[in-house]
Design a binder for this molecule. Structure first.
Ligand SMILES: [Zn+2]
Length: 197
């Protein structure tokens, strides 16, 4: 399934076509449901369209506003915006800097370990990482996810200060820092395609 909701089959060259078709029909329902999901996730920037911010849904409303804001259940949007997608992305990135940095600060104080640097990435599924030099990278797309998912990612990277691998001890450390981490990881796995623009 591509980002444009096209279903692409990857199979060895020698595999007969009918077998690929057979496989497709076996999973047709699942694939079509997934296709619908991807299409739904594509944004057209029309009034009333839903946008996510910190896991909550907001209805887009174009009006005489000087800047973008998420308030109550509405995403207020300047109607003179020439490129709403770019403007909203920029807004998300600005908020990501503010909110993700403050979550890192919060967890760093708790854990007693501070990263050398925090940077915001544009990764689509690699939500966070910790470099050998001690830089934590977090995807700005996390800002579309609920706070428990953000904290799960930050706690995960914090635990890497103690264990660079994904060993048993590492996961124990993650749970020690943020016991609810599994819910956050599951959320991100299941909803990755919605955390996009
Ligand atoms: Zn990891």
């Amino acid at each position: 399934m591509t980002e444009n909701a096209e279903i692409v089959a990857r199979a060895p060259l020698f595999l007969p076509k009918f077998l690929i078709k057979k496989y497709f029909f076996k999973y047709e329902k699942k694939l079509l449901a997934q296709k619908e999901k991807v299409l739904k996730a594509q944004k057209k920037f029309q009034n009333g369209e839903k946008f996510l911010f910190l896991g909550k849904s907001f209805s887009l409303f174009f009006g005489d506003f000087s800047e973008i804001s998420f308030r109550e259940k509405t995403l207020f949007f300047p109607k003179n915006s020439k490129n709403p997608r770019a403007d909203l992305k920029h807004f998300y990135q600005k908020m990501a800097k503010k909110i993700l940095f403050s979550r890192v600060d919060f967890w760093a104080k708790k854990v007693g370990h501070f990263p050398k640097k925090v940077r915001i990435s544009a990764a689509k599924t690699r939500w966070g990482s910790l470099s050998a030099a001690g830089t934590i990278s977090l995807s700005w797309r996390l800002i579309l996810a609920p706070p428990f998912a953000i904290d799960a990612v930050v706690a995960h990277e914090m635990a890497h200060f103690f264990y660079p691998d994904h060993s048993k001890n590492f996961w124990k450390k993650v749970a020690e820092i943020f016991p609810d981490f599994r819910r956050g990881h599951d959320f991100l796995r299941e909803n990755a395609i919605f955390l996009r623009l």
